[in-house]
Design a protein around this ligand. Structure first.
Ligand SMILES: *Cc1c(COP(=O)(O)O)cnc(C)c1O
Length: 346
């Protein structure tokens, strides 16, 4: 009997990318692959996406950036925006990562580590999220210093970027205004950033005025719809969590989900999962087993789909998330790395 596994349909990720590209053109799509490609597996996802012509990847931290570089090949642009320790910077520079820089101290660290190698950097303005990024009042001094370091050959400022709060259209519009001022200020000190990028999935999908040169897609690339949002045409879920029935008792079955599966126990009693007979209530979530309402003829080895894109009554990851007030990507990134990923290739 096959155990629990996350079945990832890479063709669906590529189809999502096609949808996003078509919507974005002439702006480009960056596929965000942080958190092990939202649980889908960074190596397989990046390999498939790079072969499909994706040119930009968003890797967050340097270790993910290095894996992304290895899988994507030398031509891809790999953007890593987590502040790296000085000890990590050498490998980041060696791998020719594009570095996101949202802090004056980090700018100096990057320039020091570069020592004349012209590292590509993207300067980050804080447009209201207060989560890394240079405050508008400090921006002029920051960009002036970046221009100096560029003239000295240590860095090359290729991008100016920010991240939206996505709490309302009005706050995002204010953030966009702030962002545009920051780009102008950067140009005023002699910088020539060629990639401007502001939006992630929801805003970039919905609003063309947020595309600029590049948009950073995580959730929609994997077909994870926004919490509270609708299914979107051309965006399809790529991963299904499938697990076998290991015991049948009166009125309920036990499903072996493997060690430390990471599914939130608060889902118990609140959602239905997919079974051969259609949707059934998820009664309990333990470390290694789920308990699900039985169906007639339930047998050991039958398969239950905890979430996914299929047709057995299973919920999407976002539908599970909504039952416990979180977001779909949270469900996916919590699927334990000990649960094997199996890939369907197009
Ligand atoms: C996670 C992340 C994204 C992707 O967000 P989605 O909503 O999943 O598309 C984009 N940009 C930054 C800076 C992020 O941290």
């Amino acid at each position: 009997m096959t155990g629990a596994r996350l079945i990832v349909d890479l063709g669906r990720i590529l189809a999502n990318i096609d949808t996003l590209r078509e919507r974005l053109t002439p702006a480009e799509v960056m596929l965000v692959v942080k958190n092990d490609a939202y649980g889908h597996g960074v190596d397989a996802v990046v390999t498939a996406a790079a072969r499909h012509g994706v040119r930009w990847f968003g890797a967050f931290d340097v270790p993910t950036g290095l894996r992304t570089r290895a899988a994507a090949g030398p031509e891809a642009r790999v953007f890593s925006w987590a502040t790296a320790a000085p000890t990590e910077l050498e490998s980041a520079i060696h791998a020719r990562l594009d570095l996101g820089v949202g802090d004056p101290r980090y700018l100096e660290d990057v320039a020091d580590a570069s020592a004349g190698r012209g590292v590509r950097v993207h300067l980050k303005i804080d447009t209201g999220l207060h989560r890394n990024g240079v405050r508008p009042e400090d921006w002029r001094e920051f960009t002036a210093r970046a221009a100096e370091l560029e003239r000295a050959g240590h860095i090359r400022v290729v991008g100016v970027w920010s991240h939206l709060a996505e709490t309302s259209e009005a706050t995002d519009d204010d953030a966009r205004d702030e962002y545009l001022r920051a780009v102008e200020d950067a140009e005023a000190v002699g910088l020539t950033p060629e990639v401007r990028h502001l939006a992630a999935s929801a805003a970039a999908y919905a609003r063309s005025s947020y595309h600029f040169d590049l948009a950073r897609f995580g959730a929609f690339g994997y077909g994870i719809r926004s919490a509270g949002g609708e299914d979107l045409p051309g965006i399809v879920a790529a991963a299904a969590l499938v697990a076998p029935v290991t015991a049948v008792r009166q009125g309920a079955v036990e499903v072996g989900i493997g060690a430390l599966d990471g599914l939130p126990s608060t889902l118990a009693g609140r959602v239905e999962v997919g079974t051969p007979a259609g949707a059934r209530l998820l009664r309990a979530v333990d470390d290694t087993t789920l308990t699900v309402d039985a169906w007639s003829g339930a047998a050991i080895g039958d398969e239950v789909v905890v979430f996914g894109p299929g047709s057995h009554g299973e919920p999407s990851a976002t539908t599970l998330a909504e039952a416990i007030d979180t977001v779909g990507e949270e469900i996916l990134v919590r699927v334990s790395p000990l649960i094997p990923r199996t890939y369907l290739t197009p």
